[in-house]
Write a protein that binds this ligand. Structure first.
Ligand SMILES: Nc1ncnc2c1ncn2[C@@H]1O[C@H](COP(=O)(O)OP(=O)(O)OP(=O)(O)O)[C@@H](O)[C@H]1O
Ligand SMILES: [Mg+2]
Length: 283
């Protein structure tokens, strides 16, 4: 297949991330459980892809494989054309549970990865402060995580992930534990940050509105076995303002994604979309 055209995985030439027929089987009490039954997905450079799907459909498993924290049973995950082999500094990972070091201040947390990468002290400080400002935490740079609200902790985690300058951000339900208002604010802030500092993002969420609001493309997964069920292009303009959120086009996309997630037994996957990804959807 030509590399210059959009292919069945849904992305254009030279994808940043490429998932090729990835299968993942777990053995539980001598029984095999197929968590991923063959997933194909390409994500273009600087693309923002959200992933939604019922609990247990393999979203985190897929992300962990891309993060290099887990290995596929078959198939491969590639970043810039190279097979993933363990974690790497070009992939920043943000988990649902704020993974901050409680004994370090906000600034020290953000500086941590830079220290590991042996970035000199002055540059470390400058870079950390830049990203702390970007997420609006400058007044809390010297605070410990226990003094921060959930949303602030998550902003700190985002600053920390950005500070090491990864070209890819892998985010697993990062706003899952937050109240609706904080969540909307962080969505807007994340998009602000992304528009200033473009990255390739894979963002997992249970929230259909969030999936549509953030994405260039929404990937809908289904369970048993975990697979890609549908891929929906979000052709809404950025910046995604409140007007965009309240527009009829947003509403239509939201309904389509909702239907695809919650009526998977009756929906026809990828009905009219040539970009529909993946493995055969329903068999
Ligand atoms: N280490 C493991 N050992 C055994 N089974 C596992 C393991 N990790 C995941 N699974 C199983 O694989 C399936 C997919 O899990 P995964 O965590 O990827 O789902 P998910 O889509 O992220 O779900 P959620 O939306 O609830 O976070 C689940 O049925 C889970 O029980
Ligand atoms: Mg999960």
């Amino acid at each position: 297949m030509s590399d210059t055209t959009t292919d069945r995985r849904g992305a254009t030439a030279s994808p940043k991330i490429s998932v090729r027929d990835v299968k993942k089987t777990f053995t539980l009490k001598n029984e095999e459980f197929v968590a991923l039954g063959g997933v194909d997905l390409d994500i273009a450079d600087n693309e923002f892809v959200t992933v939604v799907g019922p609990s247990g459909c393999g979203k985190s498993t897929l992300m962990n494989i891309l993060a290099g924290l887990d290995e596929p049973t078959a198939g491969e995950a590639l970043v810039d054309g190279v097979a993933v082999d363990g974690p790497g500094p070009e992939r920043g990972v943000i988990f649902q549970q704020y993974a901050l070091f409680p004994w370090l201040t906000v600034r020290q947390n953000v500086e941590f990865g830079l220290k590991t990468a042996k970035v000199p002290r002055a540059e470390r400080r400058e870079r950390a402060d830049y990203f702390i400002r970007m997420v609006g935490l400058e007044q809390f740079a010297d605070a410990l995580p226990k003094m921060l609200s959930g949303g602030m902790k998550q902003r700190c985690a985002i600053a920390r992930a950005y500070a090491v300058n990864p070209s890819i951000l892998l985010m697993d339900e990062p706003f899952g534990a937050l109240d609706a208002l904080t969540r909307v604010k962080l969505q807007e802030q994340l998009l602000d940050t992304w528009s200033q500092e473009k990255r390739t993002v894979m963002f997992i969420t249970h929230d259909v509105d969030e999936a549509v609001f953030l994405a260039n493309r929404v990937v809908v997964m289904a369970a048993r076995p975990g697979r890609i069920f549908d891929v929906i292009d979000v052709n809404l303009p950025y910046p995604r303002t409140e007007d965009v959120r309240l527009s009829p086009e947003f509403g239509e996309l939201r309904n389509r994604v909702w239907h695809s997630v919650y009526h998977q037994s009756t929906a026809t996957a990828g009905s009219s979309d040539h970009r529909t990804a993946s493995s055969s959807p329903t068999t």
